[in-house]
Design a protein around this ligand. Structure first.
Ligand code: GLC
Ligand code: CA
Length: 543
């Protein structure tokens, strides 16, 4: 097996911009209160109008929804509430017509307790599925350090390992170093784990053949147990990637791993910069909004108008990963997702949000927009948990389309909606922002269009920091391609700031977007002046 993954990546990734859709909350086409796949097809023109090139769809498969579909009971069938397999196929086709690729969510590590494999596996008689899951060999041994097990579930004498909730039993990909004192820990090449691996490939093949463009892989780094440094898990994905490179070279694999330097080495084309794995993401965007320095135990984000953030908390970590994955893969940068609550809009004005988008849409890698963030949708505090959402629930509420009943999301009676809709009088909607040239939606569209026009702002074009100091604002960086260079500056702080940085060029900068900053070339020592809460993209002659 190859030690290093091939360096190729599907070409379409270079200028990709993703939109993440939570199917139950996007658009309800049949009035039952739950978003569905025909609803997404219905809104494809809107999605296209954003300028995005791909969609990642949260799980849409048969499930008892004990974790909103991350507990799959049939990997080959769309859940009834979302439609049918032919609806999904139509979504792939209609997406293609608009140059939008559709990627699915692959829950590789566990199934639902209601999956037929698990129902068989939980029987005391040995059968084909006995070793599809990880069971201890005696019911009363339920203290297994380092693992969570469920006891007393069925007549099978043993406890099963779970990856997340009790309803999500871990599939058996084996143990990297099986403990001889625990013979129930099987090696990765035992017959059970090898069969599970084949199942995984069959699932991938099935949807790619139908027209999916790839997968976001749930908890991708945790498949093999007792795996220091994730070495065996990396080998497993390298094998899958090598197979994909031959059979589906245009398909893309994105990991929920949170350690890009590992995940890309493992063969993923992209891994996420997310709080789970990268606390730098939190330091950049998500530290709690407290009353002031010294009183907030969580400190401040860099993107906070009070100006107490520290950009280095993000950059040190990010650059560590970035430098290790150059030329091999990309870092996915999300505005939010279904696990992050509150939404990015919390505590931020339209211009504050515009700066977040300006940053995300000019960074290397691939930007991901969580549905609704493009209009600054708010999360709802204190919602009761829905389908295992718990504190994540408030960031998953229905998309707000218009001033109609239920914000145009559904014609169902309000109490039948999947989740309540923001009732605030000034809640943002797509319709209202379509009609306002200065809305967040329009600003996001302009930024997306700029990224798509200039290769220097895309996936793997070089990236260099020009000004970043602990506790100081702004952040200034450079993106370059063969023909063009851009200086990007962001000042989330509400006060005006100045910075000086060395840059070898005496060209006159041209403002492509944002504040016509005082950006002055001065004997290769450049100076920038930025008003409070501002930023911009400036084209300069190639150095
Ligand atoms: C991932 C998903 C999350 C889910 C969990 C278990 O973290 O993003 O929503 O609950 O895995 O599958
Ligand atoms: Ca519906």
């Amino acid at each position: 097996m190859k030690e290093t993954p091939p360096k190729s990546k599907p070409e379409w990734l270079e200028n990709a911009i993703f939109y993440q859709i939570y199917p139950q909350s996007f658009y309800d086409s049949n009035g039952d209160g739950i978003g569905d796949i025909p609803g997404i097809i219905n809104k494809l023109d809107y999605i296209q109008s954003l300028g995005v090139t791909a969609v990642w769809l949260n799980p849409c498969f048969v499930s008892p929804f004990q974790d909103a579909g991350y507990d799959v009971a049939d990997y080959y069938k769309v859940a009834k509430r979302y439609g049918t397999n032919s609806d999904l196929k139509r979504l792939f086709e209609e997406g293609r017509k608009r140059d939008i690729r559709i990627l699915l969510d692959l829950v590789a590590g566990h199934t639902s307790i209601q999956h037929p494999w698990f129902m068989e596996s939980s029987k005391p008689e040995r059968n084909q599925y006995t070793d599809y899951y990880i069971w201890t060999d005696a019911h009363w041994k339920w203290e297994i350090p380092g693992y969570r097990v469920v006891s007393g579930y069925s007549q099978r004498d043993g406890c099963y390992l779970t990856n997340f909730f009790y309803s999500q039993p871990a599939l058996n990909y084996g143990f990297a170093n099986p403990d001889p004192n625990h013979p129930w820990q099987q090696p990765v090449d035992a017959p059970g784990p090898m069969r599970v691996r084949q199942e995984l490939k069959s699932i991938i093949r099935f949807w790619l053949e139908m027209g999916a463009s790839g997968f976001r892989v749930d908890m991708a780094g945790s498949l093999i147990k007792g795996d220091p440094g994730n070495r065996e898990t990396m080998k497993l994905w390298q094998e899958i990637r090598a197979w994909l490179d031959v059979e589906f070279p245009d398909a893309c694999l994105i990991s929920e791993w949170g350690v890009p330097s590992q995940a890309i080495q493992a063969g993923f084309h992209m891994d996420f910069c997310i709080p789970f794995g990268m606390p730098g993401y939190t330091a950049l965007l998500r530290k709690a909004f407290g009353p002031g320095p010294g009183t907030d135990p969580y400190g401040f984000s860099f993107f906070d108008s009070r100006g107490h953030g520290n950009i280095m908390e993000f950059l040190d970590e990010y650059l560590g990963h970035y430098q290790k994955i150059l030329d091999m893969g990309l870092i996915a940068f999300p505005t939010g997702n279904h696990d992050i609550n509150p939404r990015i809009s919390k505590g931020r004005s339209t211009t504050d949000l515009e700066l977040v988008f300006l940053f995300i849409l000019t960074m290397p890698g691939v930007p991901f927009i969580w549905y609704g963030d493009e209009i600054g949708m708010r999360s709802l505090d204190y919602l009761p948990s829905k389908e295992g959402g718990y504190n994540r629930t408030g960031a998953r509420t229905p998309m707000q389309w218009s001033e109609d009943t239920n914000a145009g999301f559904s014609t169902a009676a309000t109490e039948k909606l999947y989740l309540p809709i923001d009732q605030a009088k000034d809640r943002p909607t797509v319709l209202q922002q379509e009609n306002d040239p200065d809305s967040l939606l329009q600003r996001v569209r302009r930024l997306v269009a700029i990224r798509k026009t200039h290769p220097a702002l895309q996936g793997s074009a070089p990236f260099k920091i020009l000004f970043a100091h602990p506790g100081e604002y702004p952040l200034v960086f450079l993106r370059e391609a063969d023909q063009e260079s851009f200086i990007i500056a962001v000042n989330p702080f509400s006060h005006s700031v100045e910075a000086e940085f060395p840059y070898l060029s005496n060209s006159v900068p041209q403002t492509i977007y944002g504040a016509a900053a005082g950006l002055i070339a001065n004997n290769n020592l450049w100076k920038i002046h930025l008003p409070g809460t501002s930023g911009g993209i400036y084209r300069v002659a190639k150095s």
